[in-house]
Write a protein that binds this ligand. Structure first.
Ligand code: HEM
Length: 408
């Protein structure tokens, strides 16, 4: 089948707008075969419908996740994302307890609400600012550092190592150095929690035991290295997209503000409409087919879960943001055995973040004097900036207590 994909070169991925191309492919050729090249000799198959994405992700025997470890293992260590079958199940069970909804609720008041309050105390009186720079890019990183037990003064350092590890395949020397530096930093924290658990995630991880088995050091550090890229990069982008929706539409903003039960709908519709992670990878283990297209053993398969989330066979008028949609499961967090381990944390953070913004940044709107922000990206999507205005709390109090004709 011919290739209706015109995948942008890597250096354009940050600014790409791929939804129209994915829609065309879904319509004309839902499973796209891209021929191999010198660098990757086998053809790659890309899926664009919900049904195909769901099928591939729920069939780990035919579509292995090992491909996820190929590029990142040298920098991240043994990756849960790259394991299959019983090995993956055992590794995941050791860390899963800490990410259950009930465990996450424990962190909400102190950590999630605490981080938001600190950031918004600084931002709220200013009345204007870039919400990506001052809020969304800070919040999930600080929550994860808090969960792991990294002290506040080291957050920037920790985040910088995570970024360098992430770019390891492009700059191996820097990636390896950052990977080693992060482990050297974590070793004393791990030793301290082994000796005396403090109730944080790290304490739980070093003492977790399933069927007499504990996390090896390699897996423990592999997991800790994965947490920031998996949990912070992803959540901050969706938070930015949800705030962009709110700031762009005063009627919708006021409706959600007046009925906070709608915050959950806002989060789920943002995850469907503009997930931050648009694609996940697998490799065929045997000769197989997807939607009638033959896929040979060993071929990479790219599941475009972003495209699946806008499949008109599942959502009417899928390109529009609609707060009143019937809730139907989307694929923002994937599905099957690798479904996002942090999805409860992400949802708690997003709901708390939106509620806090509605409480602390009243009349939130786009800054008309700044360039119009927009959501962009190929593999990861979100707004790069979000210049906004709001009414500082002091002004609001002054206005509501002033005489009716007062100019305040
Ligand atoms: C809106 C935010 C998030 C999105 C859109 C997202 C998306 C995803 C997706 C699509 C996968 C599946 C990957 C695959 O099948 O290959 C995944 C897996 C994973 N996510 Fe998330 N994620 C988010 C937040 C988080 C958070 C907050 C954490 C942790 C703190 C986290 C940790 C993980 C881990 C550890 C995995 C691997 C699970 C496994 O291999 O069994 N994610 N995520």
């Amino acid at each position: 089948m011919s290739d209706p994909f015109d995948v942008p070169p890597y250096h354009e991925w940050e600014t790409a707008q791929p939804y129209a191309m994915w829609a065309r492919a879904r319509h004309t050729c839902p499973v796209v075969e891209t021929p191999g090249n010198d660098w990757a000799p086998l053809p790659t198959f890309s899926t664009t419908t919900f049904a195909d994405a769901d099928r591939v992700l729920r069939d780990p025997d035919t579509f292995s996740a090992s491909i996820n470890a190929e590029a990142m293992a040298p920098f991240m260590g043994e990756l849960m994302l790259g394991l299959d079958g019983e090995e993956h199940r055992r590794y995941r069970s050791l860390v899963a307890q800490a990410f259950k909804r009930s465990s996450i609720e424990r962190w909400k008041p102190e950590l999630v609400d605490g981080v938001l309050a600190r950031l918004l105390d600084e931002l709220a009186p200013q009345g204007r600012g870039d919400l990506v720079e001052s809020l969304t890019a800070q919040f999930p990183v600080q929550v994860i550092c808090g969960i792991v037990g990294v002290p506040l003064e080291d957050h920037d350092r920790f985040n910088q190592w995570a970024e360098r590890i992430n770019y390891g395949p492009l700059d191996p020397e820097t990636g390896m150095a950052a990977s080693a530096a992060m482990v050297a930093y974590l070793e004393p924290l791990v030793a301290a929690r082994r000796a005396e658990p403090t109730g944080d995630l790290l304490s739980e991880l070093v003492h977790a035991e399933i069927d007499g088995e504990r996390l090896s050091d390699e897996r423990l550090y592999g997991f800790l290295r994965l947490l920031l890229p998996a949990g912070a990069e992803t959540t901050y982008r969706v938070f930015g997209s949800a705030l962009l929706v709110l700031a762009s539409d005063a009627r919708l903003r006021d409706r959600v503000d007046a009925d906070r039960r709608l915050v959950q709908s806002l989060v789920e519709e943002t995850l469907r409409w503009e997930t931050s992670v648009t694609m996940v990878s697998r490799r065929a283990t045997v000769d197989t087919e997807i939607d009638g297209v033959a896929v040979a053993a060993g071929c990479p398969v790219t599941v475009y879960n972003g495209a699946a989330n806008r499949d008109p066979a599942r959502w009417p008028d899928p390109d529009s943001f609609d707060l009143d949609r019937e809730p139907v499961a989307h694929l923002a967090f994937g599905t099957g055995p690798h479904q996002c381990l942090g999805m409860h944390l992400a949802r708690v953070e997003l709901e708390a973040g939106i509620n806090a913004v509605l409480d602390r940044l009243p009349d939130l709107r786009l800054d008309p004097d700044a360039p119009l922000p927009h959501i962009a990206g190929y593999a990861f999507r979100g707004p790069a900036t979000l210049p906004a205005l709001w009414t500082p709390a002091t002004l609001r109090v002054a206005r509501s207590s002033a005489a009716p004709n007062s100019p305040v």
